[in-house]
Ligand binder design. Structure first.
Ligand code: TEU
Ligand code: CA
Length: 561
Protein backbone atom coordinates (compact mmCIF):
# COMPACT_ATOMS: atom_id res chain seq x y z
CA UNK A 1 0.00 0.00 0.00
CA UNK A 2 1.31 3.46 -0.92
CA UNK A 3 1.88 5.37 2.32
CA UNK A 4 0.15 8.74 2.65
CA UNK A 5 0.96 11.65 5.02
CA UNK A 6 -2.40 11.37 6.80
CA UNK A 7 -2.33 7.61 7.52
CA UNK A 8 -0.78 7.90 11.00
CA UNK A 9 -2.57 11.08 12.06
CA UNK A 10 -5.32 11.61 14.66
CA UNK A 11 -8.18 13.95 13.76
CA UNK A 12 -10.62 16.04 15.81
CA UNK A 13 -13.97 17.47 14.72
CA UNK A 14 -14.91 20.96 15.91
CA UNK A 15 -18.51 22.13 15.66
CA UNK A 16 -17.59 25.82 15.91
CA UNK A 17 -20.97 27.10 17.09
CA UNK A 18 -20.68 25.02 20.29
CA UNK A 19 -16.92 24.98 20.85
CA UNK A 20 -16.01 28.22 22.70
CA UNK A 21 -17.50 31.74 22.63
CA UNK A 22 -15.03 34.57 23.30
CA UNK A 23 -17.15 37.68 22.60
CA UNK A 24 -20.15 36.96 24.79
CA UNK A 25 -22.75 36.50 22.03
CA UNK A 26 -23.44 32.90 23.07
CA UNK A 27 -22.05 31.55 19.80
CA UNK A 28 -18.72 29.75 19.51
CA UNK A 29 -16.17 31.54 17.32
CA UNK A 30 -12.79 31.27 15.57
CA UNK A 31 -11.06 33.21 18.35
CA UNK A 32 -12.26 30.48 20.71
CA UNK A 33 -10.75 27.78 18.52
CA UNK A 34 -7.42 29.65 18.26
CA UNK A 35 -7.32 29.89 22.07
CA UNK A 36 -7.65 26.09 22.40
CA UNK A 37 -5.06 24.94 19.84
CA UNK A 38 -2.57 24.12 22.61
CA UNK A 39 -5.26 22.10 24.42
CA UNK A 40 -5.83 20.13 21.19
CA UNK A 41 -2.09 19.74 20.61
CA UNK A 42 -1.73 18.29 24.10
CA UNK A 43 -4.49 15.79 23.30
CA UNK A 44 -2.35 14.68 20.33
CA UNK A 45 -4.56 16.10 17.57
CA UNK A 46 -2.94 16.45 14.14
CA UNK A 47 -5.90 17.25 11.84
CA UNK A 48 -8.80 19.55 12.78
CA UNK A 49 -12.08 19.31 10.82
CA UNK A 50 -14.16 22.49 11.13
CA UNK A 51 -17.90 22.05 10.53
CA UNK A 52 -19.06 24.86 8.20
CA UNK A 53 -18.03 28.43 9.08
CA UNK A 54 -19.14 30.02 5.78
CA UNK A 55 -21.76 32.79 5.51
CA UNK A 56 -25.11 31.13 6.20
CA UNK A 57 -28.66 31.83 7.43
CA UNK A 58 -28.13 28.80 9.73
CA UNK A 59 -31.35 27.02 8.80
CA UNK A 60 -29.33 23.82 8.96
CA UNK A 61 -26.60 25.22 11.20
CA UNK A 62 -24.27 26.30 8.39
CA UNK A 63 -24.87 23.33 6.09
CA UNK A 64 -26.82 25.89 4.04
CA UNK A 65 -24.13 28.09 2.55
CA UNK A 66 -24.97 31.57 1.21
CA UNK A 67 -21.39 32.53 0.22
CA UNK A 68 -18.61 29.92 -0.15
CA UNK A 69 -15.94 32.65 -0.07
CA UNK A 70 -17.00 34.39 3.14
CA UNK A 71 -16.68 33.56 6.83
CA UNK A 72 -19.97 33.88 8.72
CA UNK A 73 -19.70 37.02 10.84
CA UNK A 74 -21.16 35.02 13.76
CA UNK A 75 -17.84 33.10 13.81
CA UNK A 76 -15.45 35.96 12.97
CA UNK A 77 -13.54 37.29 9.96
CA UNK A 78 -11.42 35.92 7.13
CA UNK A 79 -8.40 37.51 8.86
CA UNK A 80 -9.18 35.45 11.98
CA UNK A 81 -9.49 32.36 9.80
CA UNK A 82 -6.09 33.08 8.27
CA UNK A 83 -4.72 33.53 11.81
CA UNK A 84 -6.20 30.15 12.83
CA UNK A 85 -4.57 28.52 9.80
CA UNK A 86 -1.20 30.12 10.63
CA UNK A 87 -1.41 29.22 14.33
CA UNK A 88 -2.29 25.62 13.47
CA UNK A 89 0.63 25.40 11.04
CA UNK A 90 2.98 26.72 13.76
CA UNK A 91 1.90 23.71 15.83
CA UNK A 92 2.33 21.30 12.93
CA UNK A 93 -1.45 20.83 12.80
CA UNK A 94 -3.64 20.68 9.69
CA UNK A 95 -7.03 22.31 9.09
CA UNK A 96 -9.70 20.71 6.89
CA UNK A 97 -13.02 22.45 6.21
CA UNK A 98 -16.48 21.10 5.48
CA UNK A 99 -17.30 20.97 1.76
CA UNK A 100 -21.07 21.25 1.27
CA UNK A 101 -21.64 21.07 -2.49
CA UNK A 102 -24.71 18.88 -2.92
CA UNK A 103 -26.75 22.00 -2.17
CA UNK A 104 -26.35 25.63 -1.17
CA UNK A 105 -28.56 28.07 0.74
CA UNK A 106 -31.65 29.60 -0.86
CA UNK A 107 -30.01 32.90 0.08
CA UNK A 108 -27.02 32.18 -2.20
CA UNK A 109 -26.84 34.69 -5.09
CA UNK A 110 -27.02 31.81 -7.63
CA UNK A 111 -30.43 30.80 -6.27
CA UNK A 112 -31.69 34.36 -5.99
CA UNK A 113 -30.79 34.87 -9.67
CA UNK A 114 -32.51 31.59 -10.51
CA UNK A 115 -35.74 32.70 -8.80
CA UNK A 116 -35.51 36.05 -10.57
CA UNK A 117 -35.33 34.28 -13.94
CA UNK A 118 -36.65 30.68 -13.70
CA UNK A 119 -35.84 30.13 -17.39
CA UNK A 120 -32.40 31.73 -17.23
CA UNK A 121 -28.90 30.27 -16.91
CA UNK A 122 -28.89 30.26 -13.10
CA UNK A 123 -32.08 28.18 -12.97
CA UNK A 124 -29.90 25.49 -14.58
CA UNK A 125 -27.57 25.60 -11.57
CA UNK A 126 -30.48 23.87 -9.82
CA UNK A 127 -33.25 21.39 -10.66
CA UNK A 128 -36.28 23.41 -11.77
CA UNK A 129 -39.02 21.09 -13.05
CA UNK A 130 -42.68 21.45 -14.05
CA UNK A 131 -45.16 19.69 -11.78
CA UNK A 132 -47.33 16.72 -12.83
CA UNK A 133 -51.12 17.44 -12.97
CA UNK A 134 -50.79 20.09 -10.29
CA UNK A 135 -48.56 17.86 -8.15
CA UNK A 136 -44.82 17.98 -7.51
CA UNK A 137 -42.67 16.22 -10.17
CA UNK A 138 -42.14 13.13 -7.93
CA UNK A 139 -43.19 11.66 -4.59
CA UNK A 140 -39.84 12.03 -2.76
CA UNK A 141 -39.67 12.83 0.93
CA UNK A 142 -36.64 14.88 1.97
CA UNK A 143 -34.20 13.81 4.68
CA UNK A 144 -35.81 16.48 6.85
CA UNK A 145 -39.41 15.55 6.05
CA UNK A 146 -41.96 16.91 3.61
CA UNK A 147 -41.72 16.90 -0.17
CA UNK A 148 -38.35 17.33 -1.92
CA UNK A 149 -40.12 19.76 -4.28
CA UNK A 150 -40.88 23.42 -3.43
CA UNK A 151 -42.94 25.63 -5.77
CA UNK A 152 -40.99 28.35 -7.62
CA UNK A 153 -43.04 31.49 -6.92
CA UNK A 154 -44.88 32.86 -9.97
CA UNK A 155 -44.35 29.75 -12.09
CA UNK A 156 -45.78 26.26 -12.60
CA UNK A 157 -42.35 24.90 -11.63
CA UNK A 158 -40.80 23.40 -8.53
CA UNK A 159 -37.21 23.26 -7.35
CA UNK A 160 -35.58 20.14 -5.88
CA UNK A 161 -34.14 19.90 -2.35
CA UNK A 162 -33.16 16.65 -0.64
CA UNK A 163 -32.67 18.41 2.67
CA UNK A 164 -34.51 21.53 3.84
CA UNK A 165 -36.40 23.71 1.33
CA UNK A 166 -33.83 26.37 2.20
CA UNK A 167 -31.15 24.03 0.76
CA UNK A 168 -31.79 23.80 -3.02
CA UNK A 169 -29.81 20.98 -4.66
CA UNK A 170 -27.08 22.03 -7.08
CA UNK A 171 -27.26 20.63 -10.62
CA UNK A 172 -24.04 18.69 -11.10
CA UNK A 173 -25.05 17.86 -14.68
CA UNK A 174 -24.24 21.50 -15.48
CA UNK A 175 -20.50 21.86 -16.30
CA UNK A 176 -20.65 25.60 -15.57
CA UNK A 177 -21.88 24.92 -12.04
CA UNK A 178 -19.25 22.24 -11.52
CA UNK A 179 -16.51 24.64 -12.64
CA UNK A 180 -17.75 27.31 -10.22
CA UNK A 181 -17.50 24.73 -7.41
CA UNK A 182 -14.03 23.56 -8.50
CA UNK A 183 -12.78 27.17 -8.59
CA UNK A 184 -14.01 27.60 -5.01
CA UNK A 185 -12.41 24.36 -3.78
CA UNK A 186 -9.06 25.29 -5.33
CA UNK A 187 -9.27 28.79 -3.85
CA UNK A 188 -9.52 27.31 -0.34
CA UNK A 189 -6.80 24.73 -0.99
CA UNK A 190 -4.48 27.46 -2.28
CA UNK A 191 -5.08 29.31 1.01
CA UNK A 192 -3.42 26.39 2.79
CA UNK A 193 -6.21 24.01 3.81
CA UNK A 194 -4.99 20.43 4.10
CA UNK A 195 -8.22 19.15 2.59
CA UNK A 196 -11.94 18.71 3.27
CA UNK A 197 -14.62 16.65 4.92
CA UNK A 198 -17.16 16.22 2.16
CA UNK A 199 -20.82 16.55 3.02
CA UNK A 200 -23.66 14.30 1.80
CA UNK A 201 -21.73 13.82 -1.45
CA UNK A 202 -23.44 10.59 -2.58
CA UNK A 203 -26.57 12.65 -3.27
CA UNK A 204 -25.08 14.73 -6.13
CA UNK A 205 -26.14 12.23 -8.82
CA UNK A 206 -29.87 12.30 -9.55
CA UNK A 207 -32.08 10.21 -11.81
CA UNK A 208 -33.10 13.03 -14.14
CA UNK A 209 -36.43 11.30 -14.85
CA UNK A 210 -37.22 11.67 -11.14
CA UNK A 211 -39.36 8.50 -11.19
CA UNK A 212 -41.81 7.92 -8.31
CA UNK A 213 -40.99 5.15 -5.83
CA UNK A 214 -43.26 2.87 -3.83
CA UNK A 215 -44.59 5.06 -0.96
CA UNK A 216 -43.03 4.06 2.37
CA UNK A 217 -44.94 6.25 4.78
CA UNK A 218 -48.40 7.46 5.76
CA UNK A 219 -47.66 10.66 3.80
CA UNK A 220 -47.74 8.69 0.52
CA UNK A 221 -44.14 9.67 -0.20
CA UNK A 222 -40.91 7.69 -0.58
CA UNK A 223 -37.53 8.46 1.00
CA UNK A 224 -35.36 10.45 -1.44
CA UNK A 225 -32.45 8.13 -0.66
CA UNK A 226 -34.25 5.51 -2.83
CA UNK A 227 -33.41 7.60 -5.89
CA UNK A 228 -29.78 7.84 -4.70
CA UNK A 229 -29.53 4.08 -4.28
CA UNK A 230 -31.04 3.35 -7.69
CA UNK A 231 -29.04 5.71 -9.93
CA UNK A 232 -25.61 5.02 -11.43
CA UNK A 233 -22.93 7.50 -12.34
CA UNK A 234 -21.98 9.29 -9.13
CA UNK A 235 -18.41 8.00 -9.66
CA UNK A 236 -17.96 10.05 -12.82
CA UNK A 237 -18.77 13.25 -10.95
CA UNK A 238 -16.52 12.28 -8.04
CA UNK A 239 -13.60 11.57 -10.36
CA UNK A 240 -14.17 14.88 -12.16
CA UNK A 241 -14.19 16.68 -8.80
CA UNK A 242 -11.02 14.94 -7.61
CA UNK A 243 -9.07 15.48 -10.84
CA UNK A 244 -9.96 19.17 -10.99
CA UNK A 245 -9.21 19.91 -7.34
CA UNK A 246 -7.95 17.58 -4.58
CA UNK A 247 -5.47 15.68 -6.77
CA UNK A 248 -3.68 18.91 -7.70
CA UNK A 249 -2.91 19.63 -4.04
CA UNK A 250 -2.44 16.12 -2.56
CA UNK A 251 -5.38 17.10 -0.36
CA UNK A 252 -6.71 14.83 2.40
CA UNK A 253 -10.39 14.16 1.78
CA UNK A 254 -12.79 12.32 4.08
CA UNK A 255 -16.27 11.87 2.64
CA UNK A 256 -19.57 11.40 4.40
CA UNK A 257 -21.07 8.53 2.40
CA UNK A 258 -24.31 6.78 3.26
CA UNK A 259 -26.14 4.49 0.80
CA UNK A 260 -23.03 3.36 -1.09
CA UNK A 261 -23.72 0.55 -3.53
CA UNK A 262 -22.49 -2.96 -2.78
CA UNK A 263 -18.92 -3.56 -3.92
CA UNK A 264 -18.14 0.10 -4.59
CA UNK A 265 -15.81 0.59 -1.60
CA UNK A 266 -12.53 0.16 -3.54
CA UNK A 267 -13.62 2.91 -5.97
CA UNK A 268 -14.20 5.25 -3.03
CA UNK A 269 -11.14 4.60 -0.83
CA UNK A 270 -8.78 2.41 -2.87
CA UNK A 271 -5.33 3.48 -4.12
CA UNK A 272 -6.85 5.81 -6.73
CA UNK A 273 -10.20 6.18 -4.99
CA UNK A 274 -12.50 9.13 -5.27
CA UNK A 275 -11.44 10.15 -1.73
CA UNK A 276 -8.59 9.54 0.72
CA UNK A 277 -11.11 7.91 3.01
CA UNK A 278 -14.74 7.84 4.12
CA UNK A 279 -16.32 7.62 7.57
CA UNK A 280 -17.28 4.20 8.86
CA UNK A 281 -20.98 4.64 9.74
CA UNK A 282 -21.67 0.89 9.95
CA UNK A 283 -22.29 0.99 13.71
CA UNK A 284 -24.40 4.16 13.47
CA UNK A 285 -26.57 2.63 10.74
CA UNK A 286 -27.69 -0.02 13.23
CA UNK A 287 -29.98 2.70 14.59
CA UNK A 288 -31.75 3.26 11.25
CA UNK A 289 -35.43 2.78 11.86
CA UNK A 290 -37.91 1.50 9.27
CA UNK A 291 -39.77 4.82 9.31
CA UNK A 292 -37.69 7.04 11.57
CA UNK A 293 -36.09 7.27 14.98
CA UNK A 294 -39.28 6.06 16.68
CA UNK A 295 -38.92 2.54 15.30
CA UNK A 296 -35.13 2.46 15.40
CA UNK A 297 -33.72 -0.53 17.33
CA UNK A 298 -31.66 0.19 20.44
CA UNK A 299 -27.99 -0.77 20.03
CA UNK A 300 -27.37 -4.42 20.97
CA UNK A 301 -23.78 -5.20 22.10
CA UNK A 302 -23.30 -8.38 20.06
CA UNK A 303 -24.75 -6.80 16.92
CA UNK A 304 -22.56 -3.73 17.43
CA UNK A 305 -19.44 -5.87 18.02
CA UNK A 306 -20.13 -8.02 14.95
CA UNK A 307 -20.74 -4.91 12.83
CA UNK A 308 -17.49 -3.21 13.87
CA UNK A 309 -15.40 -6.37 13.47
CA UNK A 310 -16.86 -7.20 10.05
CA UNK A 311 -16.46 -3.63 8.83
CA UNK A 312 -12.79 -3.63 9.82
CA UNK A 313 -12.21 -6.94 7.98
CA UNK A 314 -14.00 -5.66 4.88
CA UNK A 315 -12.33 -2.25 4.78
CA UNK A 316 -8.78 -3.52 5.19
CA UNK A 317 -9.13 -5.24 1.81
CA UNK A 318 -9.47 -1.81 0.14
CA UNK A 319 -7.91 0.95 2.22
CA UNK A 320 -8.65 2.94 5.37
CA UNK A 321 -11.85 4.37 6.82
CA UNK A 322 -12.27 7.07 9.45
CA UNK A 323 -13.44 5.70 12.80
CA UNK A 324 -15.81 7.64 15.07
CA UNK A 325 -18.11 6.98 17.98
CA UNK A 326 -20.00 10.23 17.39
CA UNK A 327 -20.18 13.44 15.36
CA UNK A 328 -22.43 16.54 15.07
CA UNK A 329 -25.23 14.44 13.52
CA UNK A 330 -25.24 11.68 16.10
CA UNK A 331 -26.05 11.33 19.79
CA UNK A 332 -23.08 11.08 22.15
CA UNK A 333 -21.27 7.75 21.77
CA UNK A 334 -20.85 7.33 25.55
CA UNK A 335 -24.66 7.39 25.84
CA UNK A 336 -25.36 5.31 22.74
CA UNK A 337 -22.81 2.48 22.72
CA UNK A 338 -22.48 1.95 26.48
CA UNK A 339 -25.15 0.14 28.50
CA UNK A 340 -26.55 2.14 31.44
CA UNK A 341 -24.19 0.56 34.04
CA UNK A 342 -21.19 1.37 31.82
CA UNK A 343 -21.86 5.09 31.44
CA UNK A 344 -19.00 5.79 33.84
CA UNK A 345 -15.44 7.13 33.40
CA UNK A 346 -14.21 3.51 33.14
CA UNK A 347 -16.80 2.63 30.50
CA UNK A 348 -16.10 5.83 28.59
CA UNK A 349 -12.36 5.11 28.54
CA UNK A 350 -13.12 1.55 27.41
CA UNK A 351 -15.27 2.71 24.47
CA UNK A 352 -12.67 5.31 23.46
CA UNK A 353 -9.87 2.72 23.52
CA UNK A 354 -11.76 0.20 21.41
CA UNK A 355 -12.54 2.91 18.84
CA UNK A 356 -9.23 4.78 18.65
CA UNK A 357 -6.99 1.70 18.29
CA UNK A 358 -9.01 0.27 15.38
CA UNK A 359 -7.40 0.18 11.95
CA UNK A 360 -8.12 3.51 10.21
CA UNK A 361 -7.83 7.19 11.07
CA UNK A 362 -9.55 8.06 14.37
CA UNK A 363 -11.76 11.18 14.50
CA UNK A 364 -12.46 12.44 18.02
CA UNK A 365 -15.52 14.69 18.25
CA UNK A 366 -15.37 17.79 20.49
CA UNK A 367 -16.13 16.82 24.10
CA UNK A 368 -15.70 13.09 23.48
CA UNK A 369 -12.29 13.33 25.14
CA UNK A 370 -13.90 14.30 28.46
CA UNK A 371 -16.80 11.84 28.13
CA UNK A 372 -19.60 14.29 27.33
CA UNK A 373 -22.99 12.57 27.30
CA UNK A 374 -26.50 13.11 25.93
CA UNK A 375 -28.41 15.91 27.61
CA UNK A 376 -31.83 15.61 29.26
CA UNK A 377 -34.49 17.36 27.14
CA UNK A 378 -37.80 18.43 28.67
CA UNK A 379 -39.81 19.65 25.68
CA UNK A 380 -39.57 19.74 21.90
CA UNK A 381 -39.20 23.52 22.19
CA UNK A 382 -35.78 23.08 23.83
CA UNK A 383 -34.38 21.61 20.62
CA UNK A 384 -32.89 23.66 17.80
CA UNK A 385 -32.29 20.90 15.24
CA UNK A 386 -34.49 20.85 12.14
CA UNK A 387 -34.08 17.06 11.83
CA UNK A 388 -35.09 16.41 15.45
CA UNK A 389 -38.27 18.48 15.11
CA UNK A 390 -39.15 16.48 11.99
CA UNK A 391 -38.49 13.16 13.75
CA UNK A 392 -40.65 14.27 16.70
CA UNK A 393 -43.56 14.90 14.31
CA UNK A 394 -42.99 11.59 12.51
CA UNK A 395 -43.18 9.86 15.91
CA UNK A 396 -46.33 11.73 16.92
CA UNK A 397 -47.93 10.98 13.50
CA UNK A 398 -47.14 7.31 14.12
CA UNK A 399 -49.17 7.50 17.32
CA UNK A 400 -46.50 7.99 19.98
CA UNK A 401 -47.43 10.28 22.87
CA UNK A 402 -45.57 13.53 23.48
CA UNK A 403 -43.63 11.80 26.26
CA UNK A 404 -42.75 8.79 24.08
CA UNK A 405 -41.71 11.00 21.15
CA UNK A 406 -39.56 13.08 23.50
CA UNK A 407 -37.87 9.94 24.81
CA UNK A 408 -36.99 8.93 21.23
CA UNK A 409 -35.61 12.38 20.42
CA UNK A 410 -33.70 12.50 23.69
CA UNK A 411 -31.93 9.30 22.70
CA UNK A 412 -31.23 10.14 19.03
CA UNK A 413 -31.15 13.91 18.56
CA UNK A 414 -28.19 15.58 16.89
CA UNK A 415 -28.54 18.37 19.46
CA UNK A 416 -27.05 15.95 22.02
CA UNK A 417 -23.73 16.49 20.22
CA UNK A 418 -24.31 20.24 19.81
CA UNK A 419 -24.66 21.33 23.44
CA UNK A 420 -21.72 23.60 24.33
CA UNK A 421 -18.36 22.04 25.18
CA UNK A 422 -18.04 21.86 28.97
CA UNK A 423 -14.79 23.72 29.78
CA UNK A 424 -15.33 24.28 33.53
CA UNK A 425 -17.87 24.20 36.35
CA UNK A 426 -18.38 27.98 36.01
CA UNK A 427 -21.62 29.45 34.64
CA UNK A 428 -22.55 28.03 31.21
CA UNK A 429 -19.69 25.53 31.68
CA UNK A 430 -17.23 28.29 30.78
CA UNK A 431 -18.50 28.21 27.18
CA UNK A 432 -19.84 31.75 27.16
CA UNK A 433 -20.35 34.80 29.39
CA UNK A 434 -23.56 35.41 27.45
CA UNK A 435 -26.62 33.24 26.81
CA UNK A 436 -25.62 30.02 25.00
CA UNK A 437 -27.41 29.53 21.65
CA UNK A 438 -28.30 25.98 22.81
CA UNK A 439 -28.62 24.87 26.42
CA UNK A 440 -25.62 23.54 28.33
CA UNK A 441 -25.84 19.91 29.51
CA UNK A 442 -26.85 20.02 33.19
CA UNK A 443 -24.01 17.60 34.08
CA UNK A 444 -21.29 20.18 33.36
CA UNK A 445 -20.28 20.44 37.01
CA UNK A 446 -19.42 16.72 36.98
CA UNK A 447 -18.01 16.56 33.45
CA UNK A 448 -15.71 19.43 32.37
CA UNK A 449 -12.20 20.01 31.07
CA UNK A 450 -10.93 22.07 34.00
CA UNK A 451 -11.73 19.46 36.68
CA UNK A 452 -10.35 16.66 34.52
CA UNK A 453 -7.10 18.53 33.83
CA UNK A 454 -6.42 18.30 37.58
CA UNK A 455 -7.36 14.62 37.88
CA UNK A 456 -4.62 12.23 36.72
CA UNK A 457 -7.22 9.48 36.47
CA UNK A 458 -9.75 11.48 34.40
CA UNK A 459 -11.18 10.55 31.01
CA UNK A 460 -9.26 13.47 29.52
CA UNK A 461 -5.90 12.33 30.86
CA UNK A 462 -6.67 8.78 29.79
CA UNK A 463 -7.47 9.98 26.25
CA UNK A 464 -4.14 11.80 26.20
CA UNK A 465 -2.38 8.53 27.08
CA UNK A 466 -4.47 6.59 24.58
CA UNK A 467 -3.67 8.94 21.68
CA UNK A 468 -0.02 9.06 22.76
CA UNK A 469 0.10 5.25 22.67
CA UNK A 470 -1.35 5.16 19.16
CA UNK A 471 1.22 7.71 17.99
CA UNK A 472 4.18 6.43 20.03
CA UNK A 473 7.47 5.63 18.29
CA UNK A 474 7.21 2.00 19.41
CA UNK A 475 3.58 1.30 18.46
CA UNK A 476 2.73 3.86 15.74
CA UNK A 477 3.56 1.44 12.94
CA UNK A 478 1.43 -1.46 14.19
CA UNK A 479 -1.57 0.73 15.12
CA UNK A 480 -1.43 2.49 11.74
CA UNK A 481 -0.64 -0.35 9.35
CA UNK A 482 -0.98 -3.51 11.46
CA UNK A 483 -3.49 -6.05 10.22
CA UNK A 484 -6.80 -6.20 12.09
CA UNK A 485 -8.01 -9.58 13.38
CA UNK A 486 -11.03 -10.23 15.62
CA UNK A 487 -10.52 -11.90 19.02
CA UNK A 488 -12.95 -13.60 21.42
CA UNK A 489 -15.81 -12.67 19.07
CA UNK A 490 -17.94 -15.58 20.33
CA UNK A 491 -17.85 -14.56 23.98
CA UNK A 492 -20.88 -13.01 25.67
CA UNK A 493 -19.42 -9.63 26.59
CA UNK A 494 -15.88 -9.19 25.30
CA UNK A 495 -15.05 -6.84 22.40
CA UNK A 496 -11.44 -7.57 21.39
CA UNK A 497 -9.10 -7.54 18.43
CA UNK A 498 -5.46 -7.93 17.44
CA UNK A 499 -3.33 -5.46 15.51
CA UNK A 500 -0.42 -7.36 14.01
CA UNK A 501 2.61 -6.67 11.84
CA UNK A 502 5.94 -8.42 11.42
CA UNK A 503 7.31 -6.90 14.66
CA UNK A 504 4.34 -6.54 17.00
CA UNK A 505 1.20 -8.37 18.05
CA UNK A 506 -1.12 -6.15 20.07
CA UNK A 507 -4.31 -7.31 21.78
CA UNK A 508 -7.05 -4.79 22.65
CA UNK A 509 -9.60 -6.46 24.93
CA UNK A 510 -12.63 -4.91 26.63
CA UNK A 511 -15.37 -6.34 28.83
CA UNK A 512 -18.65 -4.55 28.09
CA UNK A 513 -20.47 -6.88 30.48
CA UNK A 514 -21.65 -6.34 34.05
CA UNK A 515 -19.79 -9.35 35.45
CA UNK A 516 -16.17 -10.46 35.41
CA UNK A 517 -15.17 -12.22 32.18
CA UNK A 518 -12.26 -14.64 31.81
CA UNK A 519 -10.73 -15.94 28.61
CA UNK A 520 -7.72 -18.04 27.68
CA UNK A 521 -4.84 -16.02 26.32
CA UNK A 522 -3.83 -17.17 22.84
CA UNK A 523 -0.31 -15.72 23.05
CA UNK A 524 1.99 -15.11 26.04
CA UNK A 525 1.89 -11.51 27.25
CA UNK A 526 5.06 -9.42 26.95
CA UNK A 527 3.68 -6.30 28.63
CA UNK A 528 0.58 -4.31 29.50
CA UNK A 529 0.82 -1.08 27.48
CA UNK A 530 -2.46 0.50 28.58
CA UNK A 531 -5.29 -0.25 30.97
CA UNK A 532 -8.22 1.72 32.36
CA UNK A 533 -7.98 -0.17 35.68
CA UNK A 534 -4.37 0.45 36.69
CA UNK A 535 -4.50 -1.85 39.73
CA UNK A 536 -5.77 -4.78 37.68
CA UNK A 537 -3.01 -4.27 35.13
CA UNK A 538 -0.20 -4.56 37.69
CA UNK A 539 -1.79 -7.66 39.22
CA UNK A 540 -1.99 -9.20 35.79
CA UNK A 541 1.71 -9.02 35.26
CA UNK A 542 2.64 -10.52 38.64
CA UNK A 543 1.20 -13.92 37.78
CA UNK A 544 2.22 -14.98 34.22
CA UNK A 545 -1.16 -16.68 33.88
CA UNK A 546 -2.56 -18.13 30.70
CA UNK A 547 -5.97 -16.56 31.27
CA UNK A 548 -7.09 -12.99 30.93
CA UNK A 549 -9.58 -11.84 33.54
CA UNK A 550 -11.43 -8.59 32.83
CA UNK A 551 -13.71 -6.91 35.35
CA UNK A 552 -16.80 -5.05 34.14
CA UNK A 553 -15.85 -2.08 31.90
CA UNK A 554 -12.18 -3.03 31.96
CA UNK A 555 -10.17 -2.49 28.80
CA UNK A 556 -6.56 -3.56 28.43
CA UNK A 557 -3.99 -3.26 25.67
CA UNK A 558 -1.37 -6.01 25.73
CA UNK A 559 1.77 -6.53 23.68
CA UNK A 560 1.94 -10.27 23.05
CA UNK A 561 4.61 -12.64 21.80
O1 TEU B 1 -25.55 14.93 6.69
C1 TEU B 1 -26.03 14.16 5.61
C2 TEU B 1 -26.93 13.12 6.11
O2 TEU B 1 -27.14 12.10 5.52
C3 TEU B 1 -27.49 13.41 7.44
O3 TEU B 1 -28.15 14.69 7.20
C4 TEU B 1 -28.54 12.47 7.93
O4 TEU B 1 -29.39 12.09 6.89
C5 TEU B 1 -29.27 13.30 8.96
O5 TEU B 1 -28.29 13.82 9.83
C6 TEU B 1 -30.25 12.43 9.70
O6 TEU B 1 -30.71 13.18 10.79
C7 TEU B 1 -24.83 16.08 6.27
C8 TEU B 1 -24.42 16.88 7.49
O7 TEU B 1 -23.55 16.08 8.30
C9 TEU B 1 -25.67 17.26 8.25
O8 TEU B 1 -25.33 17.97 9.44
C10 TEU B 1 -26.49 18.17 7.34
O9 TEU B 1 -27.73 18.41 8.00
C11 TEU B 1 -26.77 17.49 5.99
O10 TEU B 1 -25.64 16.86 5.41
C12 TEU B 1 -27.20 18.54 4.98
O11 TEU B 1 -26.07 19.30 4.63
CA1 CA C 1 -19.00 34.35 19.83
Amino acid sequence: MKRKWWHDKVAYQIYPKSFLDTNGDGIGDLRGIISKLDYLKELGVDIIWLSPIYKSPFVDQGYDIADYYAIAEEFGTMEEFDELLAEAKKRNMYIIMDLVINHCSDKHEWFRKALADPDGEYADYFYFRKGKNGNPPSNYRSYFGGSCWEPVPGTDKYYFHMFAKEQPDLNWENPKLRQELYNMVNWWLEKGLAGFRIDAIINIKKNLEFPDFEPDGTDGMAGCWKMVESVDGVGEFLEDLKKNTFQKHDAFTVAEVFNMKEGELPQFIGEDGHFSTIFDFSAHSLSDGEHGWYDAPQVDFKKWRETVLNSQLEVQKSGFEANIIENHDEPRGASRFLPEYARTPAGTKMLGTVSILLRGIPFIYQGQEIGMQNAVWNSIEEYDDISTKDQYHIAREAGLSDEEALEVCGRMSRDNARTPVQWSDKENAGFTTGTPWLKVNSNYKEINVESQEKDADSVLNYYRKLVALRKSAEYREVFTYGEFAPAYENTETIMAYYRVDENKRMLVAANFGKEVAEVKLEYPVKRVVLSNQESAAKEKMQKPEQTLKLVSCEVIVLECE
